[in-house]
Design a protein around this ligand. Structure first.
Ligand code: COA
Ligand code: ZN
Length: 304
């Protein structure tokens, strides 16, 4: 199995969705273009969701039409059929439909039952085929839910069975509120990969309880090569209590590159983009390499 890791930047979607203060469309585009210039080749730039649910992303269409898309795969998150139609109209490369494992979270997040979301996926799957679009399903709260507690893998296997029978073959296991631990990640990934060997699995991790990087490496050891992350460690779901940021893209890139694991983006350029985002937002971001510098950076010795 190849060592290389593929990183999807989700700053434009997960990173911005919880931000209360309006970020100008040009500023969003500038940050996303910096991330692309840093060498990231896949970005989830925004989502086609109700502007009432997520006011910050109401400029989804403008963001996509102004992005420098050359050489990148563009992904958008969608919660329903309407979002899927808008994503197809915007000619995205991949439609990322979100459904939660948790009945409670799915109701709060997309105002429908898990069963109803799965019924919609049947229609969306056909629509994606008809329009030659890739469809990925993000399973929110895969490892546990703040309303329902920690899950066993059987609960995910049940939903996977339904998705597989529809023909879905790309799945993101999302730890929406950072409840997973490394042992659980390894168990879930190994079990799901063994049960569905032809399905492409990726991981979407949050650092809510400080387990983000460890969970990512556990996922790597269990055979995952595609991960989501956001610069500066931005992000969080507004419909989950206590939600905080994604695993930090430049911290992930830093760890992997110093381990000799090949990745596309340049760590230093990502760090610059994260610092620019911090300046734009006007408060400190949780990213760590952006504060400490790269492990290989040396400090000049001052003479007294
Ligand atoms: N994009 C844009 N607008 C949409 C939309 C979409 N995908 N889906 C629905 N709308 C609009 C409708 O046109 C309607 O507008 P109107 O009030 O002007 O007529 C309004 O939103 C309500 O539509 P309805 O179908 O009744 O949706 P709802 O109120 O039951 O909300 C969702 C359901 C899925 C649209 C909403 O919960 C949502 O967007 N959730 C996304 C949550 C999210 O992004 N979470 C973080 C990522 S995991
Ligand atoms: Zn997330």
């Amino acid at each position: 199995m190849s060592k290389k890791v593929y990183l999807t930047d989700v700053t434009g979607r997960d990173g911005f969705q919880m931000e209360k203060e309006w970020i100008e469309t040009e500023e969003k585009i500038s940050i996303l273009n910096q991330i692309i210039q840093a060498g990231v080749t896949r970005i989830e730039a925004t989502s086609f969701v109700s502007p009432k649910a997520i006011p910050q992303l109401k400029d989804a269409k403008e963001v996509i039409s102004s992005l420098n898309r050359k050489g990148i795969e563009l992904v958008t998150l969608v919660p329903n059929l309407k979002g899927t139609e808008l994503a197809i109209e915007a000619d995205v490369d991949e439609i990322n439909f979100v459904v939660s494992i948790s009945e409670t979270h799915n109701n709060k997040n997309v105002n429908q039952s898990v069963g109803d979301s799965l019924e919609q996926i049947k229609i969306i799957h056909q629509l994606a085929i008809d329009h030659h679009k890739r469809l990925n399903i993000s399973l929110g709260t895969t490892f546990g839910c703040p309303f329902e507690g920690i899950y066993q893998v059987d609960k995910v296997l049940k939903v996977m069975g339904r998705l597989d029978s529809i023909g879905v073959d790309r799945i993101t296991l999302a730890d929406t509120t950072g409840m997973a631990n490394p042992k659980q990640i390894i168990l879930f990934v190994k079990t799901l990969k063994a049960a569905y060997p032809n399905t492409h699995f990726s991981l979407h991790l949050h650092n809510t309880r400080g387990m983000g990087l460890t969970n990512l490496y556990a996922g790597y050891q269990a055979g995952i090569r595609h991960f989501d992350a956001a610069i500066g460690g931005k992000g969080g779901c507004p419909f989950a209590p206590g939600a905080t940021g994604n695993v930090c893209l430049e911290d992930v890139a830093h760890m992997l590159s110093f381990m000799g694991i090949p990745i596309d983006p340049d760590v230093r350029k990502l760090t610059e983009a994260a610092k620019n985002l911090e300046t734009l937002l006007g408060y400190q971001l949780p990213g760590q390499v952006m504060k400490a510098g790269l492990a290989s950076d040396t400090t000049a010795i001052e003479s007294h």
